[in-house]
Design a protein around this ligand. Sequence first.
Ligand SMILES: Nc1ncnc2c1ncn2[C@@H]1O[C@H](COP(=O)(O)OP(=O)(O)OP(=O)(O)O)[C@@H](O)[C@H]1O
Ligand SMILES: C[C@H](N)[C@H](N)CCCCCC(=O)O
Ligand SMILES: [Mg+2]
Length: 213
Amino acid sequence: MAGQILFVSGIDTDVGKTIATGIYAKQLMAQGFKVITQKMVQTGCKGMAEDIVQHRKIMQIDLTEEDHQGLTCPYVFSYPCSPHLAARLENRQISTALIQQKTTELAQKYDYVLLEGAGGLCVPYDEQYTTLDYLKDCGYPLILVTSGKLGSINHTLLSLAACKQNGIPLHSLIYNRYPLGDEIINRETERYLQQYLAEHFPDAQFEILSIID
Ligand SMILES: Nc1ncnc2c1ncn2[C@@H]1O[C@H](COP(=O)(O)OP(=O)(O)OP(=O)(O)O)[C@@H](O)[C@H]1O
Ligand SMILES: C[C@H](N)[C@H](N)CCCCCC(=O)O
Ligand SMILES: [Mg+2]
């Protein structure tokens, strides 16, 4: 039986998707599951995808054969920008069908595939197709990462509205307590988002991501 594929996105780039993916993978491994992570498209990097390297470090395992074969990150671009632009700058095109084929291949071998997106929910792969379109087409349950940074309430509710409007199944909302920032804002943002989720997405989990060393 094929493994469960979960998509990890966030309210923005740099919100903590990679840390959350690594930690979640480690938690599932501790429960005895065979887990692999995948990065849809890595930009701002050469060679092995830096997010994959970070996942393995947090999971406390070496790079896998699928990492060395490029299965876990089919597209690596050097310019640190949106995938659609990074691909254009290298005169390449992103085939999301190819990415989906790699994810499916991994799901044949693992109980869980945690697939980290690039940036936030509406990041484009070309002029017409975004991460949200991909999620709609694939039907993967979504893990959305947010934080207490000022502005996160707006970005989170916008991302959640996009999920509701597009019928994206929300698996969980991960509240990242990094960066520390303003304690009053952090506490209230955490409270507000937890109650918002309970009201509008009663089947989704609200998870806390602590600051790791
Ligand atoms: N819970 C945490 N504890 C410690 N450091 C964190 C935590 N969350 C995020 N960081 C740090 O913040 C930075 C951004 O985190 P991360 O790379 O996970 O973001 P991202 O959403 O995956 O970014 P991208 O869109 O580039 O994939 C990194 O330097 C990371 O180490
Ligand atoms: C380079 C960065 N760390 C991410 N890998 C890509 C972020 C793309 C964001 C595009 C955008 O929303 O404007
Ligand atoms: Mg990342």
